[in-house]
Design a protein around this ligand. Structure first.
Ligand SMILES: C[S@@+](CC[C@H](N)C(=O)[O-])C[C@H]1O[C@@H](n2cnc3c(N)ncnc32)[C@H](O)[C@@H]1O
Length: 236
């Protein structure tokens, strides 16, 4: 996929005020459960974690609640998404920051863990984002990615092509006044990596996959991986 980064940012800025509501509606609240089950794949305890493409903070906040991180830096390219979430992390060790996944504004090896929910397929260069995540993680640090990958099996394919492509723009238009954004979100799945391709990309960027989990029969997947201490990320 090669989404134009400015168009992606503008799209999220438009839907930011209704983003959480639409997530809950379109997934019948499954998204909350998927994030919690994904975060539970990280080892307990944990130190400083990066929530990349954090949006309104759902994943990082779940990590704090489940004690998978002691503190979170939430990084997102879209300021209105961070503004939409700011009331939720008030008083918590969650520091929001505007930044681009392809040029993370952090030093090397500064994070104990990194997580990314439903942001990867919006990046114009998924490999470069992984290389950046590998750079900012300490060796042995944990990576968690939750995403909608290009479906290979009949049921998820039917869901995306038969249901999501029709339903998402309809509900997105009605609730957020932006059918185009929700058409893009449903269709972008088809242009993204499959689970097998993502697994190979992770390995080539210096990550050792620990575990994959499928949710709702493969509509969404989570992968937990470790930043390999020996291999350096492959050049982009
Ligand atoms: C589908 S939302 C996911 C938000 C949140 N992680 C969640 O689970 O609800 C994707 C997010 O990726 C952000 N994003 C898109 N491109 C980005 C980039 N190049 N760098 C950082 N964030 C980006 C968007 O602004 C948006 O907040």
């Amino acid at each position: 996929m090669s989404a134009d980064p400015r168009a992606v940012r503008a799209m999220f800025a438009r839907i930011a005020p209704r983003y959480d509501l639409l997530n809950r509606l379109l997934s019948a609240r499954c998204d909350v459960r998927w994030r919690r089950r994904a975060v539970a794949m990280l080892p307990p305890g944990g130190g400083l974690a990066l929530d990349l493409a954090c949006g309104t903070g759902d994943l990082g906040l779940a990590a704090l609640a489940l004690r998978r991180a002691a503190a979170i830096v939430g990084c997102d390219a879209c300021l209105p998404m961070l503004q939409a979430g700011r009331r939720r992390w008030r008083g918590l060790p969650f520091r929001p920051l505007v930044g681009d996944a392809l040029r993370l504004p952090f030093p090397d090896r500064g994070f104990d863990a990194a997580m990314l929910a439903y942001g990867w397929r919006n990046f114009c260069d998924p490999r470069a984002a992984l290389a950046e995540l590998r750079r900012v993680l300490r060796p042995g640090g944990h990576l968690l990615i939750l995403e909608f990958f290009r479906p290979q099996r009949p049921w998820p394919r039917l869901f995306y092509r038969g249901v999501a492509r029709r339903l998402f723009p309809l509900v997105g238009g009605w609730v957020a006044g932006d059918a185009a954004a929700y058409r893009y979100l449903a269709c972008s799945v088809d242009g993204f990596l499959s689970v097998a391709e993502a697994d190979a990309l992770l390995a080539s960027c210096g990550f050792r996959t620990r575990r994959w989990r499928a949710f709702a029969g493969g509509i969404s997947h989570a992968v937990a991986a470790v930043a390999d201490g020996v291999r350096e990320p492959a050049p982009p």
